[in-house]
Design a protein around this ligand. Structure first.
Ligand code: GLU
Length: 377
């Protein structure tokens, strides 16, 4: 079996606070960080995009702010994060710079990944950073997040980022090397090397629904796995307590793999085809229909009529001249703009709308054929 990290094209790596920050001194573990950055550089050389989700802001900031001891209240955590995030971003930027990699700090809140317009914007910005060769370093914007609308853990945040960016591998580096059938210190606890579905049994291993057995950390990791697998993204839980943690996964070290049954593109297309109610209809000409069947994107030039009121990113139906729904897709323009550019050449979009948008009305990755091959490939 080939190593999935080896094959992945877009990888999200989540780094836990305990790995980056020394518990006793509250300072950064620079040599470990440098070994991880070496691994990241190696993966990039073999062509993978890397996105980092890094914890550590609170752990780094609390001491500087004079909050070294005891459990912190939420406002104290938020204040510590405000101080620590500066040091955290600087540490990543400096470490990555030694390998000639540009770091980009991205702070997100729950709304940014859950609300459609922000989600689309985030996706576009992160996509641009990757195209330009930068490595996004993401954390929750702890200082402004409130309890109710807060991830609170970066496991689920990393999984949402992986889903948003159609990543094909999510690596959770933490202080545990994988999933066990019972708490690892208990007699008879077995290591689980591979999981293909999040069953109630798997949830129980993480300490759910029976409380108090598993570590709290495993529950959020299983939640992350559910998000990742649903998005067609493989996930791996691996120990970060060693130098070169990614190299070790590549060389087949013991880890737990959660394996998705579909690819990110297939999952995205299933989601488009199956779960959303189309809010608009685009009627296209025969030339556009032939292009879609060949696997091309839908350009404004091939659209004859538009009905319904929709926003950018909504699912719309694509209707052939004979009235049959032949495809569904996520539309790149709202209904007002789509009306103005329908029938036009892509080169005329900027003149018509006064701003340069996408050439396609629906990009092929966002389009699924409703007749024949459901994956639209
Ligand atoms: N966002 C938090 C921080 O940077 C960490 C959350 C977590 O540990 O998962 O300190």
């Amino acid at each position: 079996m080939k190593n999935r990290l080896e094959q992945a094209r877009r990888i999200v790596v989540k780094v836990g606070s305990a790995l980056l920050v020394d518990e006793k001194s509250g300072t950064l573990k620079a040599s470990w960080l440098s070994s991880l950055v070496d691994d990241i550089a190696d993966l990039r050389v073999r062509g993978a995009d890397i996105i980092l989700v890094s914890s550590g802001a609170i752990a780094l900031g609390r001491r500087t702010l004079g909050l070294a001891k005891g459990k912190l209240e939420l406002p104290q955590k938020q204040a510590a994060a405000a101080v620590g995030q500066i040091a955290l971003a600087q540490a990543w930027a400096e470490a990555l710079r030694t390998r000639n990699i540009v770091a980009a700090q991205v702070l997100v809140t729950l709304h940014d990944t859950e609300e459609r317009r922000r989600y689309l914007n985030g996706r576009a910005t992160l996509g641009t950073l990757l195209e330009q060769g930068a490595v996004p370093v993401i954390n929750e914007n702890d200082t402004v997040a409130t309890t109710e609308i807060r991830y609170g853990d970066n496991d689920r945040l990393a999984a949402r980022v992986a889903s948003m960016m159609s990543a094909d591998c999510l690596v959770l580096l933490s202080d545990i090397d994988g999933l066990y059938s019972a708490p690892p210190n208990r007699k008879g606890a077995e290591f689980i090397p591979e999981v293909r579905a999040i069953t109630p049994e798997i949830e129980a291993m993480a300490g759910k629904p029976v409380s108090g057995v598993g570590s709290g950390g495993m529950i959020t990791k299983i939640d992350a796995a559910r998000i990742a697998l649903g998005a067609g993204c493989n996930m791996v839980i691996a120990s970060g307590h060693v130098e070169h943690p990614l190299r070790r996964i590549r060389s087949g070290e013991r880890v737990t793999w959660f394996l998705a049954e579909a690819t990110p593109l297939q999952s995205r297309k299933r989601w488009i085809a199956g779960t959303l109610q189309p809010t608009g209809r685009l009627t296209i000409d025969d030339g556009a229909k032939a292009a879609l069947i060949r696997g091309k994107s839908l350009l404004p030039a091939g659209v004859k009529a538009i009905s319904g009121s929709f926003s950018r990113g909504d699912t719309v139906s694509v209707i052939a001249a004979d009235g049959q729904e032949i495809a569904r897709g996520l539309v790149a323009y709202d209904s007002g703009d789509a009306q103005r550019i329908k029938g036009r050449k892509s080169s005329e979009i900027e003149k018509e709308l006064g701003l340069a948008g996408r050439d396609e009305l629906i990009h092929r990755d966002d389009l699924v054929m409703m007749t024949g091959n459901a994956d639209g490939q």
